[in-house]
Design a protein around this ligand. Sequence first.
Ligand code: NAD
Length: 256
Amino acid sequence: VLLGKTALITGSTSGIGLGIARALADAGANIVLNGFGDVLAARQHVEQAGGKVRYHGADLRYPEQISELINYANHEFGGVDILVNNAGIQHLANIEDFSIERWNSILALNLSAGFHTSRLVVPAMRQQNWGRIINIVSVHGLVASASKSAYVAAKHGMIGLTKSVALELAQTGVTCNAICPGWVLTPLVEQQIEAKAKQQGISHIEAQAQLLLEKQPSGVFVTPEQIGALLLFLCSDAAQEVRGAAWNIDGGWIAQ
Ligand code: NAD
C-alpha cells in the first residue's frame, strides 16, 4: 500500500523505531534509517522485508545534522512522504539534581529535533498535497511521573507541536499525529528496570513486574509491532481525517 513512498524514521536502529521501520518496509515503503549502535543488524532486519533501505547517522541534537539527514533522504529517494519522529532519550533525577546538560540534550532530541525535521519536510509535502508526520511521543506527553521532568516537559511539548502542525496543514492532504505508548520493553526501559532492581535490591524480573504494576493496568508490555500496526493505519487513506490526535496505546495507563 505504501509502494513508492519514502519513510524516514529517526532513532530506528533499536526498539520502537526499528519495529516501525520494519512495518513500513513490509508495507512497501523505501526506508531511511537513523540512530546509533548496531546499524548493520538494524539494516539487515529491515532489508528482510525486501525494500530499499538507506542509513544516515545524524546526531539529532544538532540542527545542522538534521538538515544533512533530510538532504540525504531527498538525494537518495527524491523526498520524504512519511516522517516518523521517534528518536528519544530518558534520564531519571529529581529536579534539584537534574544536570543542565541532560536537560538540554533531552529537550534538543525529544522536542526540538521534531520541530526541525518537520519544518524541513513540510514544504514538499504541501506541494504534493500528501504526507504523514507521526510523532512517537509517550503517555508522558499526557500525564507525568516523578523524576522525569525533562522527558515529561519535552513530551508534553511534542503534543503541542503535533496539534499546531496538524492545524496549519488541516486543509491539505498532510496529516500530523502523535502516538503515545505506555511501557514497551526496549533498551530505554531495560535501563530503568535495571536501576530499579539495583535501588531496591530486588531481581530484574521482580523489578520488571513492579514497573508494570505501578502504571500499566494490563500488566504486559506494548510491542514495537503493535505500534507499527497503529502507525500503518495512520498512514492509510482511512486515517485522512485523523488530525492532531494524541493516540494512546498503553495497556490502560491513562484511563486511570
Ligand atoms: P531505544 O533506546 O531502544 O531507541 C532509541 C533510538 O534513538 C535508537 O535508535 C538510538 O540510537 C536513537 N538515538 C538516541 N540518541 C540519538 C541522537 N542524539 N540522534 C539520533 N538518534 C538517537 O528507545 P525506545 O524505547 O525504542 O524509544 C523510542 C521512542 O519511543 C522515544 O522517543 C521514547 O521516548 C518513546 N517511548 C518509549 C517508550 C518505552 O516504553 N520504551 C514508551 C513511550 C514512548
